[in-house]
Design a protein around this ligand. Structure first.
Ligand code: ZN
Length: 476
């Protein structure tokens, strides 16, 4: 099934604009034809197609600077200059900026932001699907609005989650779990008052017989107990647990199995290390499997959340190379989803939970290696200088850097060289010394295509992403 271009969506959006009072201002040419027949337009709007399926991609920490750098990185890896290149989702028709603040935090974390995206309400930093006014110290499950998985499951849709982070990590957890603290990933994390109150770990919530999750692929093997694997298996013959890429590959073609696939003790490997380190599927391979698996079950459709979870982790380590390689993996997964679905019945969204203090700066010439030292134009000739530009300390510097983090270059640090800065393990220079680089508070992008994506425009609150998905599926 080929994904179709979506002239219909542009057409539909224009019809709405015309009905919205702009007729007098001139809905021109072909558009005017529809404006001249309001009844017909009303009928068209009433029959607006619903999204049978929703696929939500989350690039964890994918701020605008990350998208720009990844675009150039991906383009340069194809032999282009890079700046003119586009990632697959940058061609989507509908784009908005998303305000990411948590209810009690100017710069957010993934738990609060993922709750906004998945469940439609802003909450406190560090909490998963728990209302901000929930008394501290409890389990955080009262009152609890339904999760995205519960809403979709109640509408008879299948639900899948994929993450290259632990599947119990904040973003995938926000699809299905309630937890007063995002760190309650495993049973061993439930201590003190939480244990006394009988709070349930995110892992336990995932494998509970009442779970609305039909398919879960990611890392986090050590977050589960043997009893929890058994609990998943015992839900029926169609429930299987796989722990290696080889076993996962062997499942291909077996339609409709409820697969719990865990491919790493903690997070899955970075894309840059995946093939050399272990036996793990790629994000695109997991996405392809999930779409085949979920769409084979019934005709009611599915909701699938796919997280490139380790863009965030590479940024925290000020390692731009691995962040950009994981962005490429996200881009390949999006391409996979586009090729396996139709724009007529599948809404595809790509967004981030929050940004990072990741910058792209200096005045490098066009086509300068994105991981490289800045080389500017020679002011005397107007031509690209063969020598790196020098900072006030007379040392070269890179285009990519971080406002804070753990890699402060000291005055006696040796000058950077091309070989050093383009090596995979190079950690970019930072301004403010912190043990771990932090998230950033500026808006992040949201890209959308398919039914319902016309609602994506302007500057939006993050919790409105949930509304876009729910309304696109026609769920009240
Ligand atoms: Zn983070």
């Amino acid at each position: 099934m080929q994904r179709l271009n979506s002239p219909f969506l542009r057409f539909g959006a224009l019809s709405i604009i015309c009905l919205g009072g702009l007729i007098a201002n001139g809905c021109t040419s072909g558009k005017a034809t529809h404006a001249a027949d309001p009844a017909s337009d009303t009928q068209k709007i009433a029959k607006k197609p619903l999204a049978k399926n929703v696929i939500l991609f989350v690039g964890d920490g994918m701020g605008v600077s990350t998208v720009t750098a990844a675009r150039i990185f991906d383009g340069q890896s194809q032999g282009k200059l890079g700046e003119e290149h586009s990632l697959a989702f940058e061609d989507f028709d509908n784009v908005a900026l998303i305000k990411t603040y948590n209810l009690n935090a100017q710069v957010p974390d993934s738990a609060g932001t993922a709750t906004a995206i998945m469940s439609g309400f802003k909450t406190n930093i560090g909490t998963v699907n728990v209302k901000a006014n929930t008394p501290f110290g409890g389990c955080g499950d009262i009152p609890a609005p339904p999760t995205l998985a519960e809403i979709a499951s109640d509408a008879d849709k299948s639900v899948g989650i994929i993450s290259t982070a632990r599947i119990t990590h904040a973003t995938p957890a926000a699809v299905f779990a309630h937890a007063m603290y995002r760190g309650w990933e495993a049973d061993r994390d439930i201590k003190g008052p939480a244990a006394e109150n009988g709070c349930v770990s995110i892992a336990a919530q995932l494998v509970d017989p009442t779970t609305p999750i039909d398919l879960a692929l990611g890392g986090g093997l050590n977050e589960f107990t043997d009893a929890q694997f058994t609990a998943w298996d015992n839900q029926g013959a169609e429930h299987v647990v796989v722990k290696t890429g080889t076993d996962f590959d062997a499942l291909a073609g077996d339609a409709g199995q409820n697969v719990l696939g865990l491919f790493g003790e903690s997070h899955m490997d970075y894309e840059a290390d995946r093939e050399s380190k272990g036996d793990q599927p790629s994000l695109a391979e997991m996405t392809a499997f999930a779409i085949d698996n979920l769409s084979s079950r019934d005709s009611d459709g599915f909701v699938l959340m796919v997280e490139a979870g380790r863009v965030d982790h590479a940024h925290h380590g000020t390692n731009a190379y691995r962040a950009l390689r994981d962005m490429q993996a996200l881009n390949e997964a999006v391409k996979t989803a586009l090729s396996k679905t139709s724009s007529e019945d599948t809404l595809i969204l790509v967004t981030a939970d929050h940004s990072h203090v990741f910058t792209m700066s200096g005045y490098p010439v066009r086509g300068n290696p994105i991981l490289g030292l800045v080389r500017s134009h020679d002011r005397s000739t107007g031509q690209p200088s063969p020598d790196p530009a020098l900072a006030d300390d007379k040392k070269p510097y890179t285009t990519l850097g971080y406002q804070n983090g753990g890699n402060v270059r000291l005055p006696d640090s040796p000058p950077l060289t091309d070989n050093v800065v383009q090596a995979p393990d190079f950690r970019q220079q930072v301004a403010v010394p912190l043990g771990s680089e932090t998230h950033a508070g500026e808006d992040v992008p949201l890209y959308g295509t398919g039914p319902g994506s016309e609602k994506i425009r302007g500057v939006m609150e993050q919790n409105e992403i949930h509304d876009v998905m729910i309304e696109a599926m026609g769920i009240k």
